[in-house]
Ligand binder design. Structure first.
Ligand SMILES: [Zn+2]
Length: 269
């Protein structure tokens, strides 16, 4: 969800040493990934699916299925090589995940997912969230990072802006098939027609219908409202009242707006 290394695409060797791996029908151009990278990435996936520790089953294999679904849904369709999918810290503090064109060990295409999402220690994940809800949230991290992979490896978008117009278009084409509303570029452009849409930088978390994450996702504005208001001492009855109010807010679609909860309403006014 943040800027990534740009050196994703390795030019085809003049010697013919590297066979073509990926071809795009977007502009008819051929994109090439080194044979060694492709083989290693496919082996890595195979290892995850067949050999990884039970602690990570069935989550990690499921994330590769999500990746497969994204390949199926993407337009124009393209042959793609699986990325490395790792529970590893993104380099940006607030990112849920990250796509790197060059992997940590010098191969290509690495997707990192923040571990605290899965352990429910992340402030945007409810402590009592169900594993099913957290998994849905993490699957959407993979969907987002897939779009970055497509942007780099298929569209060859090498701009320094990660949530570019090309990225937005990848999200919106897939999003349509997933039944999700359109988003804009990461940067809000005052003269753009789509300027009032949600940002692709948080896609698809910010366009999912309420309840999709089964209560696992606590958007930042809600977290803030809870911490500001409920750290004050309140009567038991009041607590029940505010809890019900919060639950009704959580059931409503937030659309990134700030939620303000007025504490201690005065009945006389
Ligand atoms: Zn991104």
């Amino acid at each position: 969800m943040e800027p990534e290394n740009q050196k994703t695409i390795i030019p085809e060797s003049q010697s013919g040493k590297h066979r073509a791996n990926v071809s795009s029908s977007a502009d008819g151009a051929r994109r090439v990934i080194r044979d060694a990278d492709r083989a290693h990435r496919e082996n890595f996936r195979h290892y995850v699916e067949s050999q990884s520790h039970e602690q990570w089953q069935p989550l990690l294999p499921r994330l590769y299925e999500v990746w497969d679904e994204m390949v199926e849904l993407s337009e124009p369709p393209a042959e793609m090589t699986p990325p490395y999918i790792l529970f590893s810290e993104p380099t940006f503090n607030h990112a849920y995940g990250q796509y790197w064109g060059t992997s940590s060990f010098g191969s290509s295409s690495e997707i990192r997912i923040r571990l605290s999402l899965w352990t429910r220690k992340h402030p945007h994940i409810a402590r009592d969230a169900s594993l099913a809800g957290v998994q849905r949230f993490i699957e959407d991290v993979v969907r987002h990072e897939f779009c970055h992979q497509y942007q780099r490896e298929i569209l060859n978008d090498t701009s320094t802006i990660s949530h570019s117009a090309a990225f937005r278009d990848v999200c919106n084409k897939v999003g349509k098939k997933l039944g999700l509303p359109d988003v804009r570029e990461g940067k809000k452009r005052p003269d753009a027609e789509d300027k009032d849409l949600p940002s692709s930088a948080q896609w698809p978390h910010n366009v999912r219908p309420s309840g999709y994450y089964l209560g696992a996702y606590q958007p930042p504005s809600m977290t803030q409202a809870i911490s500001v208001r409920l750290t004050q001492p309140i009567a038991r009855e009041d607590a029940r009242y505010y809890r019900e109010m919060l639950e009704s807010i959580m059931a409503a679609k937030l659309d990134g707006k700030t939620v303000e909860i007025i504490y201690g309403g005065n009945e006389d006014s």
